[in-house]
Design a protein around this ligand. Structure first.
Ligand SMILES: NC(=O)c1ccc[n+]([C@@H]2O[C@H](COP(=O)([O-])OP(=O)(O)OC[C@H]3O[C@@H](n4cnc5c(N)ncnc54)[C@H](OP(=O)(O)O)[C@@H]3O)[C@@H](O)[C@H]2O)c1
Length: 388
């Protein structure tokens, strides 16, 4: 089935695409049930500075923190405009500068906590942490499970050793790799604030509305189209992801409880395989799908299909990428929305004005930030799988 934005909106208005997850009264009570007590106001309103705040994670943090009664300042270059929760930015103090050289807007100010979302260089985190260490109580660094690359273990806990330098190889890097940059940035935050005033959050793939990548959106959008759907990987290949709202609420909760430490943030709550994942996404939809489960790694390697996030072929350096231990975060209050909720909200956002027609169209073309495969490529791989 081919879907257009107009078609989606018309069907949604008529209730035709909401059969499996109604949004009106029933959905409201579902989300109340799932999020019981979360939107009550915090007992102590806090002043929170977000380094960043306008792309994906930031707008959700702002929405939830304001709902809890906190005050928010953001610090950006003023280049990226939020695409969701835009109206809420009227209530936000928006400071302008540049982490690469102009932190003057942060000087002489005090906050209860800072969330560092925009740390893309080790020296950026070093400079802001050093500048703010005597004027902010808690530094919350948004890191990544990328620090565990290469993902070699069966159970990657927060105590697993991480690389602080790239392994020597033939490729000369100008900048450290992502995981090494994040691991060193975590250290810079701790060096300035000390272990008891630093909170490091290591999310896996973040999913949900305003996703700046086309990784997770592929699955809801593809499954909504229906037809023969290629699913790479074995049924039990592990997958992990975290809804941006669950991550957000966890981070604000850490600040409210003034919890220091390092936390892996991944879901779902219990182990999930790739087949359970695609069935879970499809459970929010009513499209007619016929599954083509391509379970042979050798075949997938031949087809150069090693990633269709959240699935990564669990071999070599990626073996343990979805074997991230989440017990510490769960004990500290991490909770989970159902996958059907993440799926539905992602689709609603995907077909909204927050996403341009150009993005919706180019996602289907081959390119570095596109969906994991074009429809033509998917059909070719399915044909090759059937010929085996
Ligand atoms: N997406 C995932 O699956 C995933 C997984 C694990 C971890 N993470 C981490 O999660 C974090 C969340 O990123 P996000 O984009 O969602 O955060 P965000 O806070 O919503 O947006 C990033 C912000 O950084 C600002 N920025 C960029 N360069 C800047 C500079 N030189 N000086 C000042 N501000 C600058 C941008 O605004 P301007 O452009 O206006 O400056 C933008 O507001 C990142 O640290 C990422 O590594 C993401």
């Amino acid at each position: 089935m081919s879907i257009s934005r107009r078609g989606f909106l018309q069907a949604a208005a008529a209730g035709a695409v909401e059969l499996s997850l109604p949004r009106s009264a029933a959905a409201a009570s579902l989300s109340e049930l799932v999020n019981t007590g979360r939107s009550a106001r915090a007992s102590h309103p806090l002043n929170i500075l977000i380094l960043g705040g306008t792309t994906f994670l930031g707008p959700h943090q702002i929405r939830y923190a304001l709902e809890r009664g906190h005050s928010i300042s953001t610090f950006t270059r003023g280049r990226t405009a939020p695409t969701i929760h835009k109206d809420l930015f009227r209530e936000v103090e928006q400071l302008t500068g540049d982490r690469a050289g102009d932190l003057s807007a942060l000087q002489g100010r005090t906050w209860d906590a800072v969330i560092d979302n925009s740390g893309q260089r080790i020296e950026w985190t070093r400079d802001t942490a050093q500048l703010l260490k005597d004027s902010v109580d808690l530094y919350v660094y948004t890191s990544s499970t990328g620090v565990y690359y290469p993902y070699l273990g069966d159970d990657l806990t927060e105590d697993t050793a991480v690389l602080l330098e790239d392994l020597p190889n033939e490729t000369l890097r100008e900048q450290p790799s992502y995981g090494v940059m994040k691991a060193n940035s975590e250290m810079e935050a701790r060096r300035a604030f000390g272990d008891d005033r630093t909170s490091v959050v290591r999310p896996t793939y973040i999913i949900g509305p305003a996703d700046s990548s086309n990784r997770f959106p592929y699955w809801p959008v593809r499954l909504q189209r229906g037809g023969e759907v290629l699913v790479p990987g074995k049924g039990h290949d592990r997958v992990q992801y975290i809804d941006v709202r669950d991550l957000t609420e966890f981070m604000i909760r850490l600040i409210e409880n003034r919890t220091a430490g390092t936390f892996n943030v991944a879901g779902p709550a219990s182990t999930q395989g790739m087949h359970a994942f695609v069935y879970g996404v499809h459970a929010a939809l009513s499209s007619e799908v016929s599954w083509v489960m391509a379970t042979d790694y050798e075949f997938l390697q031949e087809q150069r299909l090693r990633f269709a996030t959240p699935w990564l072929m669990p071999q070599g350096d990626y073996y343990g990428s979805a074997r991230i231990n989440i017990e510490r975060a769960k004990a500290a209050g991490l909770t989970y929305r159902p996958l059907a909720r993440s799926t539905w909200d992602t689709l609603e956002w995907w077909w909204s004005d927050a996403v341009t027609d150009e993005r919706r169209a180019t996602a289907w073309l081959a390119g570095p930030r596109s969906f994991p495969m074009t429809l033509e490529r998917e059909a070719e791989i399915i044909a090759a799988w059937k010929r085996r």
